[in-house]
Write a protein that binds this ligand. Structure first.
Ligand code: PLP
Length: 408
């Protein structure tokens, strides 16, 4: 069978269905014409699950909040990259995460999560979800699942949610541990799912579905889009899980629009070469930074930078260490700001996973809303700078880092 790099970039498009066009057209339409009233009724009653609905005779899109051919093509392509049973694209990573969590938690389906998570996810889970009647439980480690169940008086979760490697601390969680535990404790009447935010490494460098996860969520704004020119999100995973997420998306209305889906289709053609090249550039940059005299602490998901205890897990669960890192300089916020203000090639901006290298200050930017004690617990200090390495020549990025670090 052909390799995934040969097939996945083109999945979702068949020129024969589009006048021979080599590329997928954008369908800028809100609604689709039915061939007859009977056909329209069959489509709508099936979509709403009306008992006794007739089966539509043709696969017809109905309305672009429910689906659109450009959206479907992009979803098939992501699903091919992840080798998942299905995928759903959203208007943002947060739309994907909130819709997924709302679909799989409720008053009798608590959410268990392992902090630290991306700030937006953590805010939604800690500040908004409990107000919707969902019991939220913070886990300090996946080794403590049994102890937590006892503490919760046997009340099992509906969903366990992880982010690995965590942002920006690179803490790892063993996906298989959560998945095995979920399989052991779920019942026919209580499906328990494990969700993993796979934004940091993406489909090329980490494949959580192979380790038992039920669904992945992505900020597709990052590596999947890859050019800092769109906002999108995705869920990708088992078919029953995606079906329920799609049902919630229909009513919450957070789908990605056809223009964004076309850009995602294009980005997903180069996903593997971008991510692998960025990782190669990062390897050179990280080697330089790791022993830089002005760098007090260097954090990345590369094995050499991980604590001894996590190295076997990284080898088992990750394909590569990726192109994200964080480093600490002496002198706190003032020194970190001097470095950030001096960069010439690194662009001072939040976000990650794009073609251009980016740098930011987690304590005051991406993690500004994280409570101070949580920042301290996870080492998000005032002297910490996060970088996302792009596609530039590594020697130019190294020169840039050297001249910026001279300001410490
Ligand atoms: C790990 C992670 N998950 C989710 C998100 C949210 O994605 P979006 O900004 O596309 O809504 C981000 C954004 O930075 C992220 O870094």
């Amino acid at each position: 069978m052909a390799h995934i790099e040969t097939t996945a970039p083109f999945v979702g498009h068949n020129p024969a269905n589009h006048e021979g066009s080599i590329k997928t057209p954008i369908y800028p339409t809100s609604t689709f014409k039915f061939s007859s009233a009977e056909e329209g009724a069959a489509h709508m009653e099936t979509a709403y699950g009306v008992p006794g609905a007739a089966t539509p005779s043709q696969p017809n899109a109905i309305y672009s909040r429910l689906s659109n051919p450009t959206l479907e093509a992009a979803e098939q392509r992501l699903s091919a990259w992840d080798e998942s049973e299905g995928a759903a694209f959203f208007a943002s990573g947060m739309a994907a995460i909130t819709t997924t969590v709302l679909a799989w938690t409720s008053a009798d389906r608590p959410l268990w999560f392992c902090p630290p998570l991306y700030g937006g996810s953590e805010h939604f889970i800690r500040e908004i979800l409990p107000g919707m009647g969902v019991h939220v439980v913070e886990l300090d480690h996946l080794n403590h699942l049994d102890a937590m169940l006892e503490k919760e008086n046997g009340r099992v979760p509906g969903m366990i949610y992880l982010e690995t490697p965590a942002n920006p601390t690179m803490q790892l969680h063993r996906i298989r541990k959560a998945a095995d535990w979920a399989r052991k404790h779920e019942t026919e009447n209580h499906r328990m799912i494990v969700g993993v935010d796979n934004t940091y490494l993406g489909p090329i460098l980490q494949r959580p579905l192979d380790h038992g996860a039920d669904v992945l969520v992505y900020s597709a704004t990052k590596y999947i889009g890859g050019h800092s020119d769109l906002i999108a999100g995705a869920a990708s995973g088992k078919s029953d899980v995606i079906a329920r997420i799609r049902e919630y998306r229909h009513f919450l209305g957070g789908m990605a629009d056809p223009n964004t889906c076309w850009m995602l289709l294009r980005s997903m053609e180069t996903l593997s070469i971008r991510v692998r090249h960025q990782q190669d550039v990062a390897e050179r940059v990280f080697t330089h930074l790791r022993s830089h005299p002005k760098v007090d602490r260097f954090i990345s998901a590369w094995a050499v930078d991980l604590p001894e205890k996590d190295r076997a897990l990284a080898a088992e669960q990750m394909i590569g260490g990726g192109a994200m890192a964080a480093f600490e300089v002496a002198g706190g916020r003032a020194a970190a700001f001097r470095v950030l203000n001096a960069f010439e090639h690194f662009q001072l901006a939040v976000s990650l996973g794009s073609t251009e290298s980016l740098a930011e200050h987690p304590a005051s930017m991406t993690h500004a809303g994280v409570p101070p004690e949580v920042k301290t617990r996870f080492g998000i200090t005032e002297g910490l700078i996060r970088i996302s390495v792009g596609i530039e020549r590594p020697e130019d990025l190294i020169t840039d880092l050297d001249q910026a670090l001279a300001h410490v």
